[in-house]
Design a protein. Sequence first.
Length: 349
Amino acid sequence: MNVKAITLVLVVGLTAGPASGQGSAGQGFAGLGAEVEGFDMPRPGPFDFPADHGPHPAFRIEWWYVTANLTAADGTEYGAQWTLFRSAFAPYEAEGWASPQVWLGHAALTSGTRHLAAEKLARGGIGQAGVTAVPFEAWIDDWRLGERMVARGEGFAYDLALRATGPIVAQGDGGYSVKSAAGQASRYYSQPFYAASGEIVLDGERIPVTGTAWMDREWSSQPLAADQTGWDWFSLSFDDGARLMGFRLRGAEDFVSATWIKPDGRPEPQPPGALRLTPLRRATVAGRAVPVEWRLELPAKGLDITTRALNDQAWNALSVPYWEGPIRAEGSHPGHGYLEMTGYGGGIR
């Protein structure tokens, strides 16, 4: 489900309590369960395209997020991540330095033996970062997302063309994605049908790659419940053309949600708890015990798979550290995808 705007909430201090990845009592992970005033709250209803591809400054947090599973000509697998977060001190937009909007970018490149990540922070209103809906383009400094996905950091870079091969998919109830039994929610849609091709650069070596990519869009003002301490989020593309988005928000009682996506793009939201997520193996990552191998079961779809990380050490050691990396699925529905995990002992570095 990828509520990735946690990073901005922490970095710019929008939470009411201490800026800690573990959150504080009554505020949820990183303060994302804290109550807010003045900002809009998500409501059910249809999306407004193309406007919804652009920013929603009346909401506190928002992100544009792409992950790509890539393969070189020799069969070597790689993963690439590109994320732009928007967060707000106040629920409006303004020009120049009067803008209350703050932007953060994350980029990463993963192989079986290497994981490299970088970040950029920018103010709104001065052209350093932003998003246009038509034509769609998101940017922060020289990082770009549109028809191409471009970023670079120390030791890595990528320049990938993205081509949609299927429709946009509304997550949850027509795009209204509930995150807790208490009803916290976000607006959430995905584009899980991208073909990707281009070039990565790893330690100076230029490598042509092809593969698939998945984009998530989400915005909210209070997406978590006060007791939720982190999440495990999966996006999976199966060899038969189906897709699965699923997440577990960990709290006093875990909240699990999933959407089964048919090969033609039609979403089938699953009842809460229908997807079973079981950690099978943990690895020591940056001094933390992180589950890097999982069993996923969705009996209604005959799904029973094991996912394994391409690289156990896919740790984004950024302002807010978290695990994010490509995975492979084996079992009833072989395929590939991405896994993001937060709350495993990580706060502001």
